[in-house]
Design a protein around this ligand. Sequence first.
Ligand SMILES: Nc1ncnc2c1ncn2[C@@H]1O[C@H](COP(=O)(O)OP(=O)(O)OP(=O)(O)O)[C@@H](O)[C@H]1O
Length: 264
Amino acid sequence: MTSILQYPLPLPPILAHPSSTAPLLITQGAEALLYKSTYLLPSLPCALKYRPRKPYRHPTLDTRLTKHRILSEARLLLKCRKEGVPVPSVYAVDEGQGWLMLEWIEGEVVRVRLNEWLRWRREKGTAEGEEEGELRGLMERIGEAVGMMHGVGVVHGDLTTSNLMLKSREHAEVNDHAEGGEENLLAGEVIIIDLGLASVSRFEEDRAVDLYVLERAFGSTHPRAEGLFEVVLEAYGKSFKGAPIVLKRLEDVRMRGRKRSMLG
Ligand SMILES: Nc1ncnc2c1ncn2[C@@H]1O[C@H](COP(=O)(O)OP(=O)(O)OP(=O)(O)O)[C@@H](O)[C@H]1O
């Protein structure tokens, strides 16, 4: 969990209802607020993604845009779920009120876990290249998850290590440093979140751009793990029939990216 703040903004009516569990604001992005609350039973946690009204937008356009985004994310999550892609379940949706209620994923985003693991390895004095099994395993699971999503015809549009979560296994705990269980930091199922910019596409180009964005995210956020990005691609290459062509296309996308950065 990144940060737990009090809720300074008006709550969507569903969370203001007396039967609702007191919501916690988990993140406040530019467009959406993410609350933790419960669904139906106080023991079933949920994530509520709320897109409040934007006073700076024309009200009619704002309502349309919000409805479109909420419905699009819900539809794509349902499609992925139905076809076995690891994403959170959709519990409820109210596009008119601007919210989407999802299964709460117990765990942490890959960005945080990976950085903790890399720091632990550095502090231990382990050289890069050693103790790589855990990291390779994670990279493989990421490649497989992205491949499954592409295989059912969905592209993400914003693939970063902040939009991949590691779901803790039930009853499994991430041991603290003193107990020497740090390798568990990278354990767990990879769940793809935030399909707010996702779309349906079977174009190799769109899939390759998704991979390129993820590769760049590794380069900038986890340069110490970037060397193993090839493991993501290897696993991706085996994950669905069209994957090898996407990997070929990725080379073109990289080349264009390099040219663009050379030209400034
Ligand atoms: N289903 C979930 N279970 C647990 N935590 C979640 C879940 N979905 C999101 N989160 C947490 O909330 C954060 C923000 O979620 P998300 O990325 O969907 O919203 P956002 O970036 O604000 O949305 P958008 O980019 O569509 O405007 C995530 O980084 C993650 O920490």
